[in-house]
Ligand binder design. Structure first.
Ligand code: HEC
Length: 199
């Protein structure tokens, strides 16, 4: 109970301060002057959406892990509105893995970053001329190296086709994000019941 009221006080304070605007990252911090979606620096401290694990049968484990983060405010907005807020930034970090027998079983864990997929929600068709913007998003992939290197030339050929199967959910694979209340496990309610059992 205590937790809940503290939370609502905090939420209303944020509203008063005008900070509750969802997915709030200044666009100029994540888009270059020519309209290229940039790789945000501090995405690992953002909100965690979920992890996808790509299996490699020959390794008896995972060969890749995809961890997806969203800019602050995205989760709450999605829970309330069932969609991403305009300006939300999503980063999917693709990581190499190691697999070992740990005390919990045969376990794969993420090691080194291979690259980053960056997505910026755009309801305003901000860059109609750009080949990196369209279908409601700004799209970019950066390969890891000495410096992150932009690889994307045209989202329609480099990205869109693979995201069509998720078109009904704004091209996003939300099934992997229990925190949004959209996954097959529907653990938004699991989170809630955990809270109420604590009270
Ligand atoms: C080979 C198919 C494929 C291509 C090409 C592809 N994606 Fe994806 N993308 C996926 C799949 C499948 C997922 C979710 C599961 C996973 O990560 O394996 C995903 C997840 C994402 C996510 C996490 C958010 C979400 O729910 O979808 C972002 C961000 C993303 N992709 C951006 C991009 C961008 C930007 C490009 C082009 C530069 C791109 N993708 C190209 C298949 C693809």
């Amino acid at each position: 109970m205590k937790l809940l009221s503290l939370r609502s006080i905090l939420a209303s304070t944020l509203v008063v301060l005008g900070m509750a605007s969802a997915g709030a990252v200044p666009l100029k911090d994540v888009v270059s002057s020519d309209g290229t979606p940039l790789l945000p620096e501090n995405y690992r401290s953002w909100e965690f959406l979920g992890t996808f694990s790509g299996l490699a049968p020959d390794k008896n484990g995972s060969h890749e892990m995809h961890t997806v983060y969203a800019s602050p405010g995205t989760v709450e907005y999605y829970q309330e509105n069932g969609q991403y807020p305009d300006g939300a930034v999503l980063v999917k970090e693709v990581m190499e893995t190691d697999t070992e027998n740990l005390t919990t079983g045969r376990i794969s864990y993420a090691t080194k970053t291979k690259g980053w997929f960056v997505w910026i929600k755009d309801r305003k068709n901000r860059y109609p001329e750009s080949k990196l913007w369209g279908d409601g998003w700004g799209w970019a992939f950066y390969a890891a190296g000495d410096k992150p290197a932009l690889q994307t030339k045209d989202y329609k050929t480099d990205c869109l086709g693979c995201h069509v199967p998720a078109k009904d959910t704004d091209y996003s694979y939300v099934r992997g994000y229990p925190v949004l209340g959209t996954g097959h496990g529907a653990s938004k309610s699991a989170g809630q019941s955990m809270t109420s059992s604590e009270e």
